[in-house]
Design a protein around this ligand. Structure first.
Ligand code: MTE
Ligand code: MO
Length: 440
């Protein structure tokens, strides 16, 4: 009689693409030892750990510290910070970038959310701040923060991304910069607030109107024209960020949040919404966000942040300690909706394998992807490419640059006029394990 018993053999993970990409199901397998795991002889292992009793470190002998009323990260995490820049020490362009290489998951901690403030961070007294809705409405309305607090609220997880995020990739030479410098102007939070549609309805908005002009209370009085259809769709007057009141850098005490739309339109310190028939051609519409394309046309009133992904680790500036199995991970997102799939390559785009998408996969939010990879110690070029549920795909570099142009290598990573880069990022792993930014 032949035996049909399954043999209890340890299966080798299935290879799905060139240069060692493994099937994503290997991530679920408990036996798969990733680099750095504790095991006899492996990286970071404690030799003979199993045989000897654990020695007590000092903190095991002492009473711990006092619990602070507002908790902050361990003092050993002091490198997990935003990179800030403020050219010429003027407040008008101050920025802070999210350290993606040090984060896992999809939520950006509040202290690490990227920030762009064109006039510094205002110090707004919430008791004095007001929001006005006027223009083509039946009843102009004024709201205090207290009044808004009494409306039914909604919570939703989603990203904000500056139109200028990833702009260093417009350079014709790959800048030797980190994922934080290149992609740090995108973050993802749970936002809670009042749906703007409810407030517009109460004001009796003229539904034939086409635009709403949103204005902030900071010194630039930043204002942008937003299609009224977005205001009546999923726009939110956000008051809370990851459960607590939004940070001063994010628009305290209230901001306009337009899921999936260009960062600049998400007006912070929101104080005025005017309903109008025409866009107002504000400073940011007339200048910064109207770049000229290679075909001579202006790239104007372009709102959507299109489908994109990047590998957050391993990434430029990091180093793989030894050959073996490593996890490639990053985030994917699209202003159109949910991420449908992410493919990863370890051979510079010659072959691709399907990455695992971590639940939850939410519309217009970061989606975490993971891919197991066996590094053989040789050169590799890691890339990711995302598709969204609208059928859009992240363009390859050659096609993207042909359509959107590129610039000669700029004097600094900060000096880019171009917007809305959503093509591929490539990280090259050298034989020494060091990871560098390249074009492939
Ligand atoms: N009032 C006001 N709103 C603003 C800005 C600003 O400087 N003032 N910066 C804009 C820009 S350029 C971007 S990319 C986003 C950034 O939002 P965040 O700082 O919360 O990440 O806010 C936008 N809204
Ligand atoms: Mo921005």
């Amino acid at each position: 009689m032949t035996s049909h018993r399954t043999q209890p053999t340890v299966q080798e993970p299935e290879i799905v693409a060139g240069n060692g990409l493994l099937h994503r199901r290997a991530l679920l397998r408990r036996g798969l030892t990733l680099a750095g795991a504790m095991g006899a002889g492996g990286a970071g292992s404690l030799t003979g750990a199993a045989a000897e009793p654990l020695a007590d470190p000092p903190w095991t002998h002492e009473i711990g510290g006092i619990i602070p009323p507002y908790q902050v990260a361990s003092r050993f995490e002091k490198n997990v910070v935003r990179s800030t820049d403020n050219p010429r020490n003027e407040p008008r362009n101050s920025r802070a970038r999210t350290p993606h290489h040090l984060l896992k998951g999809i939520i950006t901690p509040n202290g690490l959310h990227f920030t762009i403030c064109h006039g510094g961070v205002p110090d707004i007294d919430p008791a004095q701040h007001k929001l006005v809705i006027h223009g083509l409405v039946k009843r102009p309305l004024v709201f205090t923060l207290d009044a808004l607090e009494r409306y039914p609220m909604v919570s939703r997880i989603g990203f904000v991304e500056c139109g200028g995020n990833s702009a260093p990739l417009f350079s014709n030479e790959p800048l030797q910069e980190s994922v934080q410098a290149i992609h740090g102007l995108a973050s993802c939070s749970e936002w809670t607030g009042v749906p703007l549609a409810a407030l517009l309805e109460e004001a009796g908005v003229d539904l034939k109107a086409k635009w709403m002009i949103a204005e902030g209370a900071d010194s630039p009085r930043l204002s942008r024209s937003v299609p009224l259809s977005k205001g009546l769709d999923d726009a939110m007057v956000a008051l809370y960020q990851n459960g607590e009141r939004i940070q001063p850098g994010q628009g305290y005490p209230m901001r306009l949040w337009l899921p999936g739309f260009e960062g600049n339109m998400n007006v912070k310190y929101l104080r005025r919404i005017k309903i109008a028939n025409e866009p107002q051609l504000s400073y940011y519409e007339a200048r910064t966000y109207s770049q000229i394309l290679p075909n001579g046309q202006a790239y104007r009133f372009y709102f959507l942040q299109e489908v994109k992904s990047f590998i957050s680790s391993p990434s430029h500036g990091q180093a793989l300690k030894e050959p073996g199995v490593h996890e490639i991970t990053g985030v994917a997102y699209s202003g159109t909706g949910r991420i449908a799939k992410v493919m990863v390559s370890a051979d510079g785009g010659q072959s691709w394998g399907l990455a695992a998408l971590q639940d939850p996969v939410l519309p217009k939010a970061f989606t975490r992807f993971r891919m197991p990879w066996r590094w053989n110690g040789g050169p590799a070029v890691l890339q990711s490419r995302a598709w969204d549920e609208g059928g859009n795909v992240q363009p390859l570099r050659e096609a993207f640059v042909a359509q959107r142009g590129q610039t000669s290598k700029p004097p600094s990573v900060l000096a880019f006029p171009s917007q809305h880069f959503n093509s591929i990022t490539s990280w090259a792993v050298g034989a020494n394990g060091e990871v560098k930014h390249v074009y492939a």
